[in-house]
Design a protein around this ligand. Sequence first.
Ligand SMILES: *[C@@H]1O[C@H](CO)[C@@H](O)[C@H](O)[C@H]1NC(C)=O
Length: 235
Amino acid sequence: MKVTLITTVLAALVSTAAAEPTLVKRANPQGIDVSHYQGAVNFKTAKANGIAFAYIKATEGTTFIDPEFNTNYVAATNAGIIRGGYHFAHPDSSSGATQANYFLAHGGGWSADGITLPGALDIEYNPNGATCYGLSASAMVSWIKDFSNTYHSKTGVYPVIYTTTDWWKTCTGNSAAFGSTNPLWIARYASSIGTLPAGWSYTTFWQYANSGSNPGDQDLFNGSLDGLKRLATAA
Ligand SMILES: *[C@@H]1O[C@H](CO)[C@@H](O)[C@H](O)[C@H]1NC(C)=O
C-alpha cells in the first residue's frame, strides 16, 4: 500500500515539480545527497524546505577527500538535519578494508547519537572505465563484504549500500548476500522504484531524481521520521 502511495505521489511530483504534495513530506522524510559539486550548501534553507536528512560525500577510493565535506557536514548538523557520509567505491584500486578505513578516517564514522546515519557505500558504474571495474561478480561481492565487515567491526553498524538494480545485477551477479545486513539505497529516476536487487524485500532510501527544488540529488526515506531517527540511533 505504501508503495502505491509513494508511486502515485511521486508521479505527481515528477510531472508537476511546482506543486509538491505535502503528503510526501509528512509520510516519508525527504533528503538530499551532495558533494563538492554543490559547493557549500545552505542547509538551513534546505531544512526550511522540508529536508530531514542528508548524505554528504566524504571520500572516493583512497585518494580523494571531498573538499566541501567538513563545511557541509557541520552546516547540516547546525541546521538540525540528520546526516551521514558516503564513500564512492573504486574496487579496482585497493581492498574493501583499505577503503572502509580511509572512509572512517575522513568523516565516514558512526555514533549512536540520533543524528548520524550509517555511512553509505556508493557502488556503481565506473565513471572512467569498465562498468564493473574489471572485477568478476564473485570478486566484487568479496570486495563489498570486505568493506562492509570492516565498517561494521569499527562502528557496530553495517554501511548502507547505494547502487542501482541494473549495476548490482550486472556486477555482483545479483548477489543476495547483503539483504539481511545492509540497508539499501536505490537510485532510480522514475515514478516507481522498480525491481529491487536480490536479497532485499524493501528499500531504506530511494534516490528518485538528480535535481529538484533543493541542491543535489533528491531522496526519500522509506519510513517515518521516527524510523529515520532509529537508524541514527540503533546499532
Ligand atoms: C518500504 O518499506 C516497507 C516495509 O517497511 C515495504 O513493505 C515497502 O515495500 C517499502 N517500499 C519500497 C519502495 O521498498
